[in-house]
Each structure stands twice: as structure tokens, then as C-alpha cells.
Design a protein around this ligand. Sequence first.
Ligand code: ATP
Length: 544
Amino acid sequence: MEKQPRLLASQLLLKNSLFEVSLNRVLLTWKEIATKKKRVSGGIHHPFKVGFCFPKFLRRDKGESGTSHGVSVSEILAVRELDVDSETKDDGRWQKMPQKSTEAYPYAFTVSYVERAWQHRWRCSDVTFHCLEGALCQQWVQTIREQLTALTSRPKHLLVYINPYGGKQQGERIYEQKVAPLFTLASISTHVIVTEHANHARDHLRTEAELKKYDGVVCVGGDGMFSEMVHGLVSRTQRDNGVDQNSPEEKLVPCTLRIGIIPAGSTDCICYATVGINDPVTSALHIIVGDAQPMDVCSVHHNNTFLRYSVSLLGYGFYGDVLADSERKRWMGPARYDFSGFKTFLTHHYYEGTVSFLPATDILGTPRDKTRCRAGYHQPLFLLPEYKGGWRVIRGKFLAINAASMSCACPRSPKGLSPAAHLADGTTDLILVRKCSRFNFLRHLLRHTSKYDQFDMNFVEVHRVRRFRFTPRYCQSDSELDLRENGKRLFSQICRDHPACSCSPAYSSWNCDGEILPHAAIEVGCVTTPYNLLCKYTVHSESI
Ligand SMILES: Nc1ncnc2c1ncn2[C@@H]1O[C@H](COP(=O)(O)OP(=O)(O)OP(=O)(O)O)[C@@H](O)[C@H]1O
């Protein structure tokens, strides 16, 4: 790394030991000075620990002259002067100043910074330096503040929507206790709206919200709330720019506001897939330091009519059926997903239809990037591939058709549905799981939680695509249907209404980021360039 000129360097006291403290535009470092000779008289030495340190951002080395620490300026949250004359109450925490150091070094300032803990978890840590002179203390505070002000990617004004009924209905408490104090510490002003009904946030963003006043919008809730934000913001941007959302061919105009998620839902898959952990404090800290991650948005259409946007999973068959069944069992709480998953697995319905897709041939990488050997290519058993220009057409019987625009990792499946899916390359990974035995389907599902490749099975194939269409068999041409098929369709509906029946119904439904779509036949377009400015304040922590 290029050596940065020093902005400030002083000998300051920290927990009764003298440290050489230094600041440049990139790093704040403090290194203990030979402890035996220079320890301040009367002080009791406590070995100072900054907690868990990671090589890139926060280092702690033990050199000849003592321990050294460093924190990236981009991860400093705030700096403030301390009143050392009395016990100070700052940021809700009492700090007792050691008597001897208070006498010798009567001025002090505290730096709050991001501490990287375990498994992608971030925490807010404080370090307090004591100075001999008030002017020096002020100079440190001012210089660090100037560096923070120069960080232009940090938000200053945020619009926050809280879903009080998401997950365990803890959204308001999580925000007030864990997130709001951090925003205050980082001098971020907020306008908070507690939603009063479903789609409140979406409609407010689409119509009333004065978006120019904010640097970003934050939702406190689950994937459903995040989806509301995406719909509100993307729709508003398209309308303001005269884009016809109903046309699958239209390019979406990127939106300049970023979206942040504070996880407070039941599954919080989008947060997990992008941050690596569902933790409100970690997400709040990513928001504060201005982390941004572009991501793809797919628009879903039926007969040239816009249905919804999708940013994570579009699933027909298995995942559609699990969602449809679990919606009927909301009274069971989060346990409904396990129940419906198990039930859907046992019913083992497959669906006939045609999948057409436009492969993404002009990009680097494939959905199976992590698979070292590609020798396991299998000829589809039940499918008839055709080529129409750039489009591929596949007919068959499918247990599941999934389009993953991100890894879709969640705590239960840490590598996700498509571990190598990219967040912002204008593509989605289309996973086709053809009809197979229950045993094989179970093996496929279990591989999502193990080190084995879930795509390396002869009834599974995966394609990285720019667009795709699905037409269920009985929709293809109504005139083709004979009386027997009409009877079958009617019968299927009866079967659907009676879950005990094990006949295969003709249609499943699409699970679009956790919402049910009413149509089986859809056309999906993934924006051809990354939706650059629709970013989350998060980093993709999967090492793809
Ligand atoms: N005040 C409200 N009253 C009722 N429903 C609401 C309200 N605010 C938002 N909603 C709706 O609640 C639905 C579920 O919310 P959310 O996604 O936050 O939690 P969840 O479903 O428990 O979590 P996840 O989606 O991660 O499984 C959303 O689709 C949203 O539209």
C-alpha cells in the first residue's frame, strides 16, 4: 500500500501506559512505548486488548517496544472529547477515569470504531486516549473529524421503515435499543416510520416520500419488507424516468438511493446472503460506514404485464408449493416453513412445461465455478433441448425450477441455492430439477447443507441466464387440450385443495422472494447491466 503522509503523531496515555499514536488518511495506529520505563507512576498496568483483530483492518503486533494496534479510518464511527474531571456518562455508558492518569493527563478523547468479531459479526468498540494538554486533545478530535467528514460514501440522512409485525414482532425494540444509538453516535439523522399495514412502506416510497432529502432508505424487517422497499423505489424511479414497466424488453433505470436492511424478520435470507450474518448491530455498522453492494433486479411479467421484481429467489414447483402451503398455516409461526417443507417433500409433485432461456455467454464465470471437475456433465434424461437463435428451449417434468439472482444463503443453507451466483452481473442462475425419485430429491436438498455439489446430479442442471420464460404444459395451447386433459386440469385443482391427495396437480405457483405469484406462465428479464446504484449498505461476504 502507498505510504500515507502523517497527519498527527503524539505520545498519549491509554490505560496507564504510554502509546505512540499516529494518524494518516487511511489508518489510526497506536503502539505501546517500552512499558517498564515509561509507565506512568502509580498506574496499574493492565494488558490492553482491542479484542479480536484482523489483519487487513485492525492489526495488533507485538514488536520490541510493545503492542501496536491499528484501525482503518473508514471504520471509525465517531470521535468525542471526554470530561475527565468527573465520572462521565457518555453514550449511555459510565466510564470511571483512573485517578493517577486523570491527574497527569487531564484531557481525553474517545474513538469509536468497528471491531471485526467472529463469523462476519461486527461490533462497536471504544478506545480512550489521555492527553497532557487540552489544545492537543482538541487537535486530535478535530483532525479525526475532518477525516470522517471527507468520507463521502457515508449516509447523513436516512429514511427508516420499521415493520412492527415482522418475525418475532421485535422490530421496534431492535431499532430503538441496538440501531438508533449507533446512528446517533455516527451523527446520522433519521426519519422513522413504523408501518401500519402491509405495503405501507412500498406505497409511501412510490408516491409521497421526499426522496431528495435522504441518502438512503433502511428497512427494519424481513425479506418481505426488503421486497417492499425494492418495489417502491424501483417503480418510482421507472415512473419518474418514463420507463414502461410492463414491457419485458425495457431496460430498468437505476435508482440513486441505497437500501439498507436491519434484520428483524423470520428468515432474513437477503441480509444473510449479503452480509454473512443476521445481526442488527453488524448491519447498522455496515450502513454507517457506507458499505455498498450493487445487485441485480429481475422483472417478472405475464403476457406483457408487469407482475413483480425479484432480487433473490424465483421458485416454481417445490419452493412455490412450500410457500403456498406455509401461507395457509401462518398461525404456526416460523415452524410453518419446516412443516410445509416436509409435507411438500412427501407429496413429491412434479410439473410439466417448457423453459426457454437466453444463456449469458458474454460473462466470466459459471454457476459451477467452485466445481473443480466438470467431467460430471450429464445428458438430460427427460428433456429435449432445441436452439432458437440465442434461446435454448427445454421441455420436461420438473420438481423445481429455481432462478437465483444471489446465492440465497441462509443460516440453514450457508452456501445457498446457487453458491457461485453473482450479485451484480445482470444474470440469474436458472436451476432445473427434473423428475426423480424422492430419495434422489432428498439427496439433492441435503447437498445444500453439505460440502457436496448440489448440481452434480444427473437430474439437475444449472444455467446462468439473462432472460427466461416458463410455460406450463396445459397453458401452451388451449385448443390442444382434449376433454381428458380438461378433466385432468379440473381434477388437479381439486387435488390442490385437498392436500392429502397425492396426484400431481397441473400447476404450481411461483415463489417470488417469498411472495406468491398468481400466474404460472411468466417471462423474466434480468437487467443487463448491474443495477449499480440500487445498493445495499452491505458487503458480500461470501468468498466467491
Ligand atoms: N404494519 C404492518 N402490518 C401488517 N403487515 C405488515 C406491516 N408492515 C409490513 N407488513 C408486511 O409484513 C410482511 C412480512 O414482513 P417481514 O418480511 O418484515 O417479516 P417476515 O415475513 O416475518 O420475515 P421474512 O420475510 O424474512 O421471512 C411483509 O410482506 C410486509 O408487506
